[in-house]
Design a protein around this ligand. Structure first.
Ligand code: SAM
Length: 283
């Protein structure tokens, strides 16, 4: 295993601080510093930016980010048992690691990072990972406060983020992510790499903001994709009925076939639908 710093091995840290993993907090710790370093490297150049990490746990990825030269890491951790271990890392890298105890879903990341160039890197807790990603890719301002996301998810979630039309995994997440971001899965990580091992394979996803996504109202796109994929087996003229009394006309005006199903429509098609829907509402 790579030696990336003079801090104790993560297994010793976990034993010393009694960090037995809690399922309720999605705790599957990554102890292989080769892998945490690979994730840190995948985040891009870190010297000139603040890295926001969610769920540092005992600090494996945190250490890799700091060893890779991150100017500053701000880490949000819900489990107070991890704080003493993280304080040791902070002491080892004076002035470069700030740990915030709390729930990442309730903390405003923009206020926290204060206008710095931000990269987000995390081995996300499975129970809140998708919601955090949605929060980050649906910020009202675009380009967003972050310049990249390097995130570990269950592989199935990674596939839903990067899915193409026509595939089983294609849905709201792929449309939102594909509309506003570029990137996808970088590599998989076997359950064996974690302590305790999860039931499924994980995947590291890297996304960067599209500088100029197709012009579209976010709220309209969210409504259209929710309705269309909420009943994905139905034709659009039926699945969009909850949004428009004349769903057939809406779909036709958007230049699409009313008999098409959500999974056949590409991102540009959804943008056309959302813009047509928005225009009809404005009348
Ligand atoms: N980064 C560590 C690693 O790679 O070994 C731990 C990753 S573990 C999959 C997820 C971490 O997120 C745990 O430390 C857990 O306590 C923390 N966590 C869970 N829910 C959280 C939340 N809502 N906000 C912040 N941290 C959370």
């Amino acid at each position: 295993m790579a030696q990336i710093d003079d801090l104790p091995p993560l297994r010793d840290v976990i034993a010393e601080h009694g960090l037995n993993a809690k399922k309720s907090l999605g705790q599957n710790f990554l102890l292989d510093l080769n892998l945490t370093s690979r994730i840190a490297r995948s985040a891009g150049s870190l010297e000139d930016c603040t890295v926001l990490e969610v769920g540092p746990g005992p600090g494996g990825l945190t250490r890799a980010l700091l060893a890779a030269g991150a100017k500053r890491v701000i880490a949000i951790e819900k489990d107070s048992r991890c704080l003493p271990a993280l304080a040791e890392i902070s002491a080892h890298y004076p002035g470069r690691l700030e740990v915030i105890e709390g729930d990442a879903l309730e903390i405003d990341p923009v206020a926290l990072t204060g206008g710095d160039k931000v990269r987000i890197a995390a081995n996300l807790p499975y129970n809140v990972g998708t919601q955090l990603l949605i929060n980050w890719i649906t910020t009202p301002d675009w380009p967003p406060f972050w310049s990249s996301l390097t995130l570990m998810f269950q592989k199935e979630v990674g596939e839903r983020i990067s899915a193409s039309p026509g595939s089983k995994a294609y849905g709201r997440l792929a449309v939102l992510a594909g509309w506003r971001c570029k990137g996808g899965i970088l590599f998989d990580i076997s359950p064996k790499a974690f302590t305790p091992p999860p039931k499924v394979t994980s995947a590291v996803v890297h996304l960067e903001p599209n500088a100029s996504p197709l012009p579209c109202d976010l709220k309209a796109l969210e409504k259209i994709t929710a309705a269309a994929f909420g009943q994905r087996r139905k034709m659009l003229r039926a699945s969009l009925k909850s949004l428009s009394a004349d769903a057939e006309e809406l779909v036709t005006k958007a230049g699409l076939k009313p008999t098409a199903r959500a999974e056949e429509i590409d991102i540009a098609g959804f943008v056309d639908l959302a813009n047509t829907f928005r225009a009809a509402q404005a009348v």
